[in-house]
Design a protein around this ligand. Structure first.
Ligand SMILES: C[S@@+](CC[C@H](N)C(=O)[O-])C[C@H]1O[C@@H](n2cnc3c(N)ncnc32)[C@H](O)[C@@H]1O
Length: 286
């Protein structure tokens, strides 16, 4: 038997491929052994193991995350419908697992008292998916949707973020249309729901326009640290016990400034943020 192992990269991730060449004397091994058993024996005596796939799409490989773990949420009709509503709002961003986490947080938060707030809405992918998923107007809650709807405000981007190219990235996103410019299409997208308030302008300036007394769900997704910290601090006292604070960029590659800033803000409240393999961070107010 000969084992040949090679290392290459798939979508930027290191992948090791092992090829096994062997001559099998079926008479010696025994006629009763199936080919599957023979292969299993060879692989296991070589120090490798075989994992059974989940039966869905065996390998999740999107949005910086590769996993063999069960992701059959992608087959859930409610998820499919919600994800499709996000695509309708903003196009396919191929971020299913992140949306799955967002829907879970929103579903859990819907059981609590308090409204929902998203800081960094853009065309409204995640918020539209959530509203679809929860049949929004029946929840009796208000969804506050805050954004400049014109990209990042450079007054609220830190010096280190500017040095790392955040404003260049912002210009690229505006020029390509990935970041929306103006509210017309956004208002049109959200026109199917009543219980929402679109707040246009720069955070932190617009935060006083959130008139919710209690908040159960806060999504921070502005791709820069200072306005996220400002929103977190401003809303802290209104977050109910058990409220979900979802941080879209917390561990995402290239957004370290947000992680360090949010870690300090959470530590000051004696809380810890869990780092999710999707690149998100999650904090539950206790
Ligand atoms: C990554 S996008 C948000 C994506 C959105 N959560 C979704 O589900 O598609 C980031 C958004 O943050 C907004 N943003 C950045 N800085 C901001 C600030 N200081 N005030 C308000 N919005 C801001 C940008 O305009 C942009 O639309």
């Amino acid at each position: 038997m000969k084992l040949l192992s090679s290392r290459n990269f798939v979508a930027g991730f290191p992948v090791r491929t092992v090829r096994i060449y062997c001559n099998i004397d079926v008479q010696k091994i025994g006629d009763s052994m199936s080919l599957k058993t023979i292969l299993k024996t060879i692989i296991e005596t070589s120090g490798y193991s075989i994992k059974k796939s989940s039966g869905v799409e065996s390998f999740y490989d999107r949005d910086g995350l590769q996993s063999i773990h069960n992701h059959d949420f992608m087959r859930d009709p409610a998820f499919i419908e919600a994800y499709a509503r996000g695509v309708q709002a903003a196009g396919n961003l191929d971020w299913h697992w992140r949306v799955h986490i967002g829907l879970w947080a929103a579903f859990s938060a819907s059981k609590l008292d308090g409204d929902f707030v998203e800081c960094g809405v853009n065309r409204g992918f995640l918020s539209s998916a959530i509203m679809q998923y929860l049949a929004w107007d029946k929840t009796g809650k208000i969804f506050y949707l805050l954004d400049t709807f014109a990209g990042l405000d450079e007054r609220y981007v830190s010096a280190r973020e500017i040095d790392s190219g955040t404003l260049v990235h912002n210009e690229t996103n505006l020029a390509s249309g990935h970041y929306v410019s103006g509210t017309d299409s956004v208002k049109e997208n959200f026109s199917e729901w009543k219980n929402l308030k679109i707040i246009e302008g720069s955070i932190p300036e617009t935060l006083p326009e959130i008139d919710a007394k209690q908040v159960a769900y806060l999504h921070l997704d502005m791709n820069c640290a200072p306005p996220e910290i400002a929103a977190f601090e401003y809303l802290w006292d209104r977050l109910v016990s058990g409220a979900f604070v979802l941080l879209d960029d917390y561990a995402y590659q290239g957004y370290a400034e947000q992680k360090y800033a949010m870690d300090s803000a959470a530590a000051a409240k004696d809380l810890k943020i869990v780092s999710l393999p999707t690149g998100q961070g999650l904090l539950i107010k206790s």
